[in-house]
Design a protein around this ligand. Sequence first.
Ligand SMILES: [Zn+2]
Length: 452
Amino acid sequence: MLLNLYHQLRRRLPLFHQRMIVLSFSLLVVLLAWPQPRSVNLKLSSLLFAEGLMFSQRQSHLLASDDWLARWQYWVQPAAAEDPYLKMYDIVAGDSLSRIFQRFGFGYSQVQRIMAADESLLALDILRPGNRLTLQLDEQLQLLSMELYIHAGKRVLYQRDDSGEFSYQELIDEGRWQSDILLGEIHGSFYVSAKQAGLTDFDIANINQLFRERLNFRRDIQAGAMLQVVRSDNYVGDESTGLSRIEGVRIINRRQTFSAFLHSDGQFYDEKGESLERAFSRYPLQRQFAVSSAFNPRRLHPVTKRVSPHNGTDFRTPIGTPVLAPADGVVTRIENHPFAGKYIEIQHFGSYKTRYLHLDRFLVKRGQQVNRGQRIALSGNTGRSTGPHLHYELHINNRLVNPMTANIPLARPVPAESRAAFAERVSFLTDLMLQQSLLARQPEADNPTAPQ
Ligand SMILES: [Zn+2]
């Protein structure tokens, strides 16, 4: 009936009005079909700023499973029982810890104490929709402990000790990795074709980065070139953690194949074992400065005198020393923290992330692409600091490592001792892609009436 009315109106109305009607009608359809605020779409939008976390579409199906229902009931029950000592809060876009604490009636000193505990982790600095806080209160309704749920594989527990200070503990479930083979044909834009094959923006940015020195995506890919990708997604139980990594990529032109494979050292090489990484500098500085405090997960904090991990390397840099990006990447955080001071985070392509704390001045903006060697900031003495220095952190696969000793890309071929293992992996992944693309072609042959 609605459609009938629409067609009648259409015949009588001028073009402009027709367009307005079509527009409002489509808007109505979009609004009706718009997902609930906590759906996957919202998480997808935090794309590059999600520290490489991508929430796969699959999650939306899993949410409906019985398993999830059981877990949901488990979470909801304590709240339904009106336990006055237990509070739960689901993060919405734009939330900050101090605003949430205000809502629960906690004073600023409690925020300060939690922030102090979080100084070396900085997990509470960026809260995202999908994160959840569970707060346990004491008899005076003061905060006893707090759990930050980041995803199914990662929670952080902040606990108060007898002195009233908080310390943190990361609760990590490695889960399992499940591989998927994604196939596509490239016509026109590589981006659009790759999206159609099921790749995420993050995957595509990584592939662009991997081949950027060998391949001009606009010029060198022929129409009809094949795209084959093996991607692994991380699950804890049936729930996606949003962590995902590319295991292998092949772009097959008529005469030439571009390939990239992830090796056990966390770096990408082509099928011959030549590195696709760009070298990563060991120091984020123009010259070496003395190390005033080394990476030490069991350090005594110089100010608080309690055991608190030192998650980076401190260089004794005078205020105003230029800080350089050790590799190409995208600036994902520009923040000012009461304890970490002014700090920057850079997501490098692949599995690397770096942080720079206690800065004096930022020279880049959030979202900005940076190149290796580019000045990103001037070092300083901001936040809780015992003197001018640069605190430098390196994260590989979201794990903190010692920046002075960790395995960083040196842009060298696969080391001789792991060549055989690498070759085996390459042929395994290549076979997977081949089998899958043969399978994908079969239905067409069996069913000649299938649309082209
Ligand atoms: Zn430090």
